[in-house]
Design a protein around this ligand. Structure first.
Ligand code: MOS
Length: 744
């Protein structure tokens, strides 16, 4: 049978999406649903002194106003823990539980009405009075207040690392780079804003149609907040219009919708409006990263360190773990990193596509570029000189690493050998042209996942797993994996996801869905195949009765004896004889010993060309090539989209995105898609993603490494390095805007 895994199969859900038939959370038609609209705070810190909702209550169709005075009390919304205990991964939420304002745009009231229009009008009429306290949202002036947390990132890595002696390594160096780099606040802004519909039934069971990256983690958190058994909560999420990490945790609005529905005793739907998404549903913190690099004239690194400051909120802890890549990417004998946090009056920062690595690779790879210039070495050659053959931090072999091929093939495809080393040396008339490159890296993760597979009496094959499709291609790759595992065509497979009634799966975060749930789907197909063979050989009425299991061939909808295709039967006959409507097999795929034995990462190389107007500083990323080594690629078409999407976001981090927080007011200034700049097609030139055929037998049964996040890593650095090559100006504060270039 031909390989189905890897084929560029069209998206299973593509037609539904372009014809408007894919039902997103807010679009589920629930009879008698009322609509809620949030009122959010207009100060960054303080307390509510009064709420006047009289005018809102007079709006025709008004049903309910929820404030801290009448909201349902939740169990441990702030997710606090006893001294010394570790926090659960859930985020603290601020769901109308007290009169304190902790950040700009915090929910302070919900108005529910018969229609969206009435709810919106009512929300606009609610008058909230505040007693503001002095807020703090700046980073630079409060570095002295910073503390070092215990852990960094989602993988439980320590917040500090140390090997060798960085100071000694710096003294023996013949070239040194010591620079500080800044990255901005970013807000996820998926096209589909957060939304939820809460429906309680007469037995006090709650159903949520929620835009979430984790139906099961959502179920667990909501059950705990409301004191329900997890089995009494069902979460449904068949389609998402992007997530990028913001839809990983449960945020305040989900709990608020559920409490409103409970109080009104009718379904309530609630969408977070675009301006409200700045603050209450997570964001990427600013980082201030100080890199120190020392090297010998021949390019050998003698020292490497990264000290990072980032924000957390006053009521929860999140670390933008930008130092992790500096620990393992290069063979530096002396290496140290530390993460420091400053508490700010902002909504809690959270996971955003390649949390840590996206901005960590920017600073590290910009510093590596600066060192390459200091040494007058080609940046690719400099990286190859310090290539880590094994993980220098963990002292473990890589499960696989194709970075060398990525550099070589990416450079070849880009035409890197024609680059002149000297900055400002390539131009066409008034246009300065620059070429830059950087390394991409993202860890390969996996969590326990379940799946089930069924052969139905009509010969169709259905596969279930509760997982989510963020727009990444989960429906499509799972269908391919199931088809190949069971030995049928993808057209014969019906794959279902996005429902807690289906087998339990992990959150779709950390690029782990393909590796985790894909492995479970693969094993479920295999288990079903074995079950059917066993049924046939042990069935005295089957032509295969008594044949040994290894001698049964499973192909084209038939079971037959090896070497004798006539001796056999169709699956349906086997089921029909026993009067079975279906045969089902379950699988549970768990990580094994591989994590202890190997260091597991996807790697890549990014090459960018920018064109800069020599007088005006206007920039365009005219070309980009990313070459990745990410294990088995499960679908060439959806994978390409994933890589390209990440690369575009990296270019955006370099040149456009910046959520501006006014330090005097503590408020978001550009909380809309007109002023929060993301690149358009006009800004993005010819972007190409390619990959190395990488075989990895260690990471998981599929050999797939996960590709949702690696595309953004290294991309901002490649663009920033290209801007330097074009202009000779090193801007160390992203985004690199024309004004910064002109003033430099
Ligand atoms: Mo991703 S930021 O782990 O959803």
């Amino acid at each position: 049978m031909a390989e189905i895994i890897g084929e560029p199969l069209d998206r299973i859900d593509g037609r539904l999406k372009v014809t408007g038939r894919a039902t997103y959370a807010y679009e589920h038609q629930i009879p008698n649903a009322a609509t809620g609209v949030l009122v959010t705070s207009t100060i960054a810190k303080g307390s509510i002194t009064s709420i006047d909702s009289k005018a809102a209550e007079r709006v025709p169709g008004f049903l309910l106003v929820l404030t801290y005075q009448n909201a349902t009390k939740l169990n441990n919304p702030l997710n606090t823990t006893a001294q010394g205990q570790e926090r659960s991964p859930a985020r603290a939420i601020t769901a109308l539980q007290d009169n304190l304002v902790r950040y700009d745009n915090q929910p302070v009231a919900l108005v529910v009405a018969e229609t969206f229009e009435a709810a919106r009008e009512g929300a606009a009429l609610v008058r909230v009075q505040y007693a503001p306290d002095r807020h703090h949202v700046d980073l630079e002036k409060r570095l002295a207040e910073a503390y070092t947390p215990k852990k960094a990132g989602g993988g439980g890595d320590p917040a500090t690392s140390n090997r060798g002696d960085v100071n000694a390594g710096m003294s023996e160096a013949e070239a040194r780079v010591e620079q500080t780099y800044w990255t901005p606040f970013e807000v996820h802004n998926p096209m589909e804003p957060h939304a939820t519909i809460a429906v309680w039934d007469a037995l006090d069971h709650l159903t949520l149609y929620d835009a979430t990256q984790g139906v099961f983690s959502d179920r667990g958190r909501i059950a705990s907040l409301f004191g329900l058994k997890p089995d009494n909560v069902r979460v449904i999420s068949p389609y998402l219009g992007g997530g990028f990490g913001s839809k990983g945790p449960v945020w305040s609005h989900v709990a608020i919708a559920a409490m409103a529905a409970k109080q009104l005793n009718r379904p309530v739907k609630l969408a977070v409006e675009r301006p409200q998404m700045f603050g209450m549903v997570g964001l990427r913190s600013q980082t201030r990263q100080t890199l120190r690099l020392g090297a010998k004239h021949d390019g050998t690194l003698t020292a490497l360190s990264n000290e990072t400051y980032s924000h957390t909120s006053t009521f929860d802890e999140f670390v933008e773990s930008s130092t992790l890549c500096a620990r393992m990417l290069y063979q530096s004998p002396n290496n140290s990193t530390v993460q420091k946090l400053v508490k700010s009056d902002i909504g809690t920062p959270s996971f955003m596509r390649a949390p840590g690595e996206s901005v960590g690779t920017y600073a590290l790879e910009a510093a590596m570029d600066e060192m390459a210039y200091a040494l007058k070495m080609d940046p690719v050659e400099f990286r190859l000189k310090n290539y880590a053959e094994t993980d220098p931090e963990e002292n473990k072999p890589w499960s696989s690493k194709s970075l060398r091929e990525c550099y070589t093939r990416g450079a070849e495809h880009f035409g890197w050998s024609k680059r002149k080393l000297e900055p400002r040396s390539m131009r066409e008339g008034h246009t300065l042209i620059g070429w830059g490159m950087a390394t991409a890296v993202y860890p390969t993760r996996r969590s326990a996942s379940n799946a089930s597979a069924r052969l139905n009496a009509d010969g169709t094959f259905s596969v279930d797993a509760g997982t989510q499709d963020l727009g990444t291609g989960t429906y499509t790759i799972m269908t391919q994996i199931a088809a190949q595992s069971f030995g049928v065509n993808p057209q014969q497979v019906k794959f279902r996801l996005g429902d807690t009634l289906l087998p339990q799966t992990p959150v779709s975060g950390g690029s782990q869905t393909a590796a985790s749930t894909g492995s479970a789907v693969y094993l479920a197909g295999q288990a079903l195949r074995e079950k059917l063979i066993q049924m046939a050989v042990s069935d005295t009425a089957s032509p295969l009765s008594g044949v040994s299991e290894q001698d049964v061939v499973f192909e084209g909808g038939r079971l037959s004896a090896k070497g004798n295709p006539a001796k056999g039967e169709a699956f349906q006959q086997l089921l029909a004889r026993r009067g079975l409507p279906y045969v089902e097999a379950q699988a549970n795929a768990k990580p094994g010993e591989e994590k202890n034995k190997y260091s597991m990462y996807a790697f890549g190389a990014q090459f960018a060309e920018v064109r800069v107007d020599a007088d005006l500083g206007q920039m365009k990323v005219s070309r980009m090539v990313g070459c990745f080594g990410a294990g088995k690629i499960l679908n060439a078409k959806t994978a390409r989209s994933q890589f390209l999407g990440g690369m575009v976001w990296g270019a955006s981090l370099a040149l456009y995105e910046n959520a501006v927080l006014d330090e005097r007011l503590g408020r978001w200034v550009n909380n809309n898609l007109a002023e929060y700049h993301v690149p358009t097609n006009m800004d993005i030139g010819n972007f190409e993603a390619m990959w190395v055929d990488e075989k990895d037998d260690h990471v998981n049964p599929l050999g797939a490494k996960g590709i949702g996040e690696i595309g953004i890593t290294g991309a901002a650095a490649a663009v920033a390095n290209a801007v330097f090559h074009a202009t000779g100006k090193r801007i160390r504060e992203l985004p690199i805007t024309p004004d910064k270039l002109l003033l430099a």
